[in-house]
Write a protein of this length. Structure first.
Length: 465
């Protein structure tokens, strides 16, 4: 991860590779310095999908640590934790092969998606670590497995999908005891019920606003053929050296079924459930499939362990030994190639955010009147740097727009009704709105990086009331 930051800094930029990270920073700053869970000071809201992650970031603000340094440190810590837990996950399956635990941990620590995510300022790797903990923690206290599952929901709502697998683990580990499963359920409820209450208080609904907004914004993608959705989402975790671990996962599943060791299939079942759920409800693959990245450590850990049943590095016969060594060497080489590619992608993404969203937000802070209302789809950097009231066209902190999130005519009426003064957007995202405002453009970033990727520059318009 440090190398990713070094590459980014050498390229002239140090920030985050997606605008959503600035949403967490805005919530964290208000929580750490003002003691309120709000995107806009004085207005509590449930626009953070990961309240626990925002709270951890807030500690840095409360301690007056440089925010990026604190965030990167948390990312490195969670990546290290995920790597350690990945190793722990393999031990009960292959107790006689302790080197597999070290190999699994190293593979997770160096996996390019996870290095990118650890440096992204987002909760992705923390959620992955909690998922690993649900399957790797000692099963003798099922209530704690339930608590870990509940904590995962505080990091991402899809932590709820861990629950049936966590309860199944408690049930199997205690001789198919329903009492153990009940204890796990009670542990989960002890965290989950207060979380629902918090959402009701902050946002007026049981789930964070983002839970509804993202599904509404990308609802059109659910009209795509099912085979396309399953294929595109399911492909994402395998882009990298881990594709060579598929034989290991197949060997693990075969052995588990043959030995009737059903607990070994639970982590794979959860990974499959996550991929299926996103294929059905939110089949997006942008940012390298970041929504399904948390399944990668499970797949890598079990793939590395299962591969030890397949490869024969010390076989006496030439061909099994040769093929095994070529396979392992190819995996290491491919992992290093993708790790380097990930570093260049990280620089590209940070540079894009800094020269578009952050640059536009800084212009808002310097060139607009105090109290001006600025409407935007990407509100992260705007909320952090802009210093102006924000009208959120993506519905994260303005949930009233969710029913008409893709209807430009109704959005225009809402902006006028809400007293918008400015609109900050990529013009192509709202062609109807920006076409009518062509003569009111006040600023355009002019940076070359988005254009080089086939995109456009962020623009700011005076809104016509």
């Amino acid at each position: 991860m440090a190398a990713y930051l070094g590459v980014s800094l050498a390229g002239g930029y140090l920030g985050y590779p997606l605008d959503d990270a600035w949403i967490h920073q805005t919530y964290a700053r208000n929580l750490g310095t003002r003691g309120e869970f709000a995107f806009t000071p004085g207005q509590p809201s449930a626009g953070s999908t990961a309240p626990l992650w925002s709270a951890l970031l807030a500690i840095g603000y409360a301690l007056r640590v440089e925010p990026r340094a604190w965030t990167y440190a948390l990312g490195a810590l969670t990546l290290g934790l995920a790597a350690w837990l990945a190793g722990r996950l393999t031990l009960p399956f292959w107790p006689e092969r302790r080197r597999m635990a070290l190999a699994a941990g190293l593979a997770v620590a160096l996996e390019w998606h996870l290095a990118w995510a650890a440096a992204s300022g987002m909760e992705t790797v923390l959620f992955a670590a909690l998922a690993l903990a649900v399957f790797a923690a000692p099963a003798r206290r099922p209530a704690w497995i339930g608590v870990l599952t509940g904590v995962s929901v505080l990091v991402r709502p899809d932590g709820l999908m861990l629950l049936p697998f966590a309860l199944a683990r408690a049930w199997l580990a205690h001789g198919r005891s329903w009492r153990a499963a009940l204890a796990g359920g009670l542990g989960f409820a002890a965290v989950f019920v207060p979380y629902l209450g918090f959402n009701l208080w902050a946002g007026g609904s049981l789930w964070p606003n983002t839970f509804y907004a993202k599904q509404a914004e990308y609802a059109v993608m659910r009209d795509l053929p099912l085979w396309w959705r399953v294929g595109s989402v399911g492909l994402q975790p395998w882009i990298g050296a881990q594709v060579l671990l598929i034989p290991g996962i197949a060997a693990l599943a075969w052995r588990a079924v043959g030995e009737r060791r059903w607990e070994r299939l639970l982590p794979l079942g959860w990974a499959g459930a996550v991929l299926a759920a996103y294929s059905l409800r939110l089949p997006v693959t942008y940012q390298y499939g970041r929504y399904v990245m948390p399944v990668i450590p499970v797949l890598v850990a079990l793939g590395v362990g299962g591969l030890s049943d397949v490869v024969q590095l010390q076989a006496r016969a030439l061909w099994p030994r040769l093929l095994s060594r070529v396979w392992v060497t190819a995996g290491v080489a491919l992992g290093l190639v993708f790790w380097g590619l990930g570093a260049t992608l990280y620089l590209r993404d940070v540079r894009l955010i800094e020269t578009e969203m952050v640059a536009a937000a800084r212009w808002v802070a310097a060139q607009t009147e105090p109290g001006a209302r600025v409407a935007a789809h990407d509100i992260g950097a705007l909320g952090y740097y802009g210093g102006r009231p924000v009208l959120d066209m993506a519905g994260l902190v303005s949930p009233e727009v969710i029913p008409f999130i893709r209807d430009e005519a109704r959005l225009a009426a809402w902006l006028t009704r809400s007293g918008a003064d400015y609109l900050m957007t990529f013009p192509g995202w709202y062609p109807g709105l920006t076409r009518d405002l062509a003569g009111r453009e006040l600023y355009r970033t002019g940076a070359p990086f988005s254009l080089a990727l086939g995109g456009e520059n962020m623009a700011i318009y005076r809104w016509a009331r």
